[in-house]
Design a protein around this ligand. Structure first.
Ligand SMILES: [Zn+2]
Length: 415
């Protein structure tokens, strides 16, 4: 006889301190119970209000622990091969980006390594990184392609990304980032490369159902606004939402362009101006802040957090996990950086890795808050209040995480 699927388990979390992530900036905590049924949240609130029918359900005593929505890392490039530690060491020794690039380093080295890696090897290397995220309470992660840059290698990347979710007990959303950089073999023919992206890669990816969104890197060192428009028009025609790496190193009008296409998010945004922030607010485009890259590149120009607040642009926080500019696999540390480097409040940090990160993936109605009807994605912490999650550097207070109703104790959270 088949065992009852664990995701169907009816469970009640009792004596929880429930972090309610609401529209208010402050993160409030209320004592209560959370009922789970069939992988969904059936109830969250005072224990007296627990619906009938849960009397015989399995009890999980939280013993007063903080319970937040499962964390959502809404911007990563975590499927890659090898690393760039050598390049990092050369930079510490004084080498410039130009010298490193001339020696075959930089993103070109990640492209070579990914193309050479087998699917099995790429899966194993990427799974190790993904487990470091889940060990800190992540239940949904976005993964971009963009180190393959030929049709076969982009498909390989996205297939690996799709498979990782089942291996790690986490929801994976995939994003096609063929317009990450122009690969070496197309340097003399940018238009030809974009023909390949929109005419061959995208249709092949859509045919296999391998992407949930399309992203591009708009920057002086990557793609122009006109080039991005071409990619976005093709994405829209294929029925896929878009996201954009925008205004990271220079002011290029990326935020406004993203908003014009109704993008789910515009990401980085260090150089975004008020017109860009206003456009994003109007389009409901989420500002995804990536303080790991800001830190690692020793940038000094901060994203305009005050403008985002004033115009009501939702702010999310992500790791940007990638080998070149943000080799970061801790969303808790990204929260601390967003607070320390960018001045976000504790409430903004918690919302930034839950409700707003869900919105940046188009999943606002499905995950990101603790509400009846949403998927049972939760993180249980050895903590009393959200400030503790943002405050500690290098600590991991995760007690357990719950993904689609399945309980993963912290000792096995990464398994
Ligand atoms: Zn990125």
């Amino acid at each position: 006889m088949d065992p009852v699927p664990p995701e169907a388990a009816r469970r009640v979390l009792t004596r929880a301190r429930i972090a309610s992530v609401t529209a208010a900036a402050a993160a409030t905590v209320v004592p209560g119970a959370i009922a789970l049924d069939g992988g969904r949240i059936a109830y969250a609130g005072p224990v007296e209000g627990l619906p009938e029918g849960f009397a015989d359900a399995e009890r999980v005593d939280c013993e007063g622990r903080l319970v937040t929505p499962g964390l959502v890392d809404c911007h990563t490039h975590l499927v890659y091969a090898g690393d760039r530690a050598d390049e990092f060491e050369r930079r510490l020794g004084g080498a410039t980006y130009q010298e490193i690039a001339a020696a075959g380093g930089g993103i070109a080295s990640s492209v070579r390594a990914l193309r050479a890696a087998s699917e099995a090897d790429l899966t194993a290397q990427s799974l190790a990184r993904l487990k470091r995220l889940t060990a800190e309470g992540v239940t949904t992660v976005e993964i971009k392609s963009g180190y393959g840059l030929d049709t076969g290698s982009e498909l390989k990347t996205l297939r690996v990304a799709r498979r990782l979710g089942g291996l790690a007990g986490v929801t994976v959303r995939t994003t096609f980032l063929g317009a990450h950089t122009v690969p070496p073999e197309w340097k003399a023919d940018r238009g030809g490369y974009l023909d390949l992206v929109v005419g061959e890669m995208l249709p092949a990816i859509v045919a296999e159902g391998l992407a949930d969104a399309v992203d591009a890197f708009m920057e002086t060192v990557a793609f122009s606004g006109d080039e991005v428009r071409r990619v976005f028009a093709a994405a829209k025609a294929a029925g896929l939402p878009v996201k954009l790496h925008a205004d990271q190193l220079t002011a290029g009008g990326g935020a406004a362009l993203a908003a014009a296409f109704g993008a789910l998010s515009a990401d980085h945004l260090e150089y975004t101006d008020e017109a860009g922030a206003r456009a994003m607010a109007g389009a409901g485009t989420v500002a995804v802040l990536l303080p790991g890259a800001f830190y690692f590149l020793r940038e000094t120009r901060k994203p305009p957090v005050e403008l985002f607040r004033r115009h009501g642009v939702p702010m999310a926080i992500a790791t940007d996990c990638n080998p070149g500019t943000s080799p970061l696999t801790s969303l808790l540390l990204a929260m601390n950086m967003a607070a320390t480097l960018y001045g976000l409040t504790v409430g903004e940090c918690l919302a930034g890795v839950t409700r707003e990160a869900a919105r940046a993936l188009g999943l606002a109605s499905e995950i990101g808050t603790i509400e009846a009807g949403k998927r049972a994605d939760l993180a249980i912490w050895d903590a009393e209040r959200p400030a503790e999650l943002v405050y500690a550097l290098g600590a991991n207070p995760l007690h357990a995480r719950i993904h689609a109703g399945v309980l993963h104790p912290a000792t096995a959270a990464a398994a």
